[in-house]
Design a protein around this ligand. Sequence first.
Ligand code: FAD
Length: 466
Amino acid sequence: MSESFDLIVIGAGTAGMPAAMAAATRGLKVGLIEKSGRLGGTLHYSSGQMSGAGTRLQAERGIVDSPDLHFEDVMRISRGTANRGLVRRAVDIAPRTIDWLMENDFAMHPACPAILHLHEAYKIARSYWGVDGGRSILAAITPPFERARERHGIDIRFGTTVTELLPGEGVRVRKPDGSVATCRARATILATGGYGASPPMFARLHGGAPLFTTASPTSDGSGFTMAEARGARIRNANYWKPAMAGIEDPPGSGRVVWDDVPSLTPQVRAPWEIYVDSAGRRFVAEDHDSVDVREAALARLPGLSFWVVFDQAILDAAPPLLPRYDRARLEAAVRAHPDFRRADTLAQLAAAAGIDPTGLAATIDAYNRAASGGGDALGRKHMPRPIVGPGFYAIRCRGMVLRSFAGLVIDDDLRVLGRDGAPLRGLYAAGEIVGGGTMSGDGYVGGMSVTPALGFGRWLGETVLG
Ligand SMILES: Cc1cc2nc3c(=O)[nH]c(=O)nc-3n(C[C@H](O)[C@H](O)[C@H](O)COP(=O)(O)OP(=O)(O)OC[C@H]3O[C@@H](n4cnc5c(N)ncnc54)[C@H](O)[C@@H]3O)c2cc1C
């Protein structure tokens, strides 16, 4: 096994796989170093909702769209805070990325292209996702990856962790047997993902904000640490904002199981419940159109924590709040999980959940008057029935992390920059390490993590050392 390459790609995930296959296809000698035992990284967890304008699928459906319109929409949703140069490159590459997946038998959901509402919505139908989320993307890119590996010889090393970026171009690795080796290369692409599974790094970058994360356990921020040690800087941590919202499971773990998140998007399921803080106060109109407004209200809550409160009649009549919980699973959760509470009376519910009882009683009273036609002080419109019992429930939800906000300082050609603003020789970055806040600014912009990860990875593979 050679220890010398043209190109080392660190991380065989969303960005690293396309980078390695494109570079190998050009004839470069590629080493792909992956600390886990499998391909795909965060694609095993992600919803994989992508965005791209000017795709062949849009043309087939008669949707008039362009990268220019996509760019305008990203800048509108991010209130001008996303990085213009990198967003420009991302939206220009995006349609090619979507078309490429389609050429590789991507199992596109039949509703695509669509306008989605999980984050602030685009004006035009340019969102795409697979029938099996991120795993559909992985299923599409694995066969061409394996072909490139077979024909062009990608040297992939599973179970091997890069521990240091060497100034003289190359990396230090820890092999599966624990031994240490040096791999040399003319260029290195950092495609190590984010830091959403690193409580210490999250605390350092986000001032001690609590971390409830859906991230892949491999997203430990090691790429950031190594890049900083090599002289890189980190930016855009200030754009951190929690996403609405998930249940900590198992209790006390800081983890949120993405597939289990409650249905809190009013455009998908209009709310029947109310959301209250520990004082028993509602903090936002639960059916507010704007995700940004709801998430900004969530960000102000101590501990990023709130309770979804409803009664038995609502549980029986409403569309499922927790689509993956049937009655048996809900019963089990009420018995065993401290964030699922049920009680006969409102006072008992408040006591069980640690919510201020007077505050909760006053809130429910005011809400019930609003639901009977009184008009809601927070402006909520959808109030199908009051919350009167008998039988009350409270489920605690937490503002969660879907992807890292901070990223390495890079230029528009994806070269990692040092403290003096000059490129660090031979070092490039693609994927979440570029920073969600860089691609989306202070908002979440749909598809602006997965799509640029795939697209930037592939673009670097096509152009690096060219
Ligand atoms: C639940 C969830 C839902 C999401 N939904 C969406 C969505 O709908 N749309 C969207 O745009 N984005 C979404 N995202 C974000 C998006 O999926 C990720 O930002 C993107 O997939 C990250 O790609 P990546 O290549 O940067 O990292 P990854 O795909 O995580 O790959 C990084 C790889 O590097 C390896 N690695 C790390 N450190 C080292 C090291 N030191 N040495 C060797 N190998 C290393 C890891 O093991 C991993 O395999 C979601 C994320 C989550 C968690």
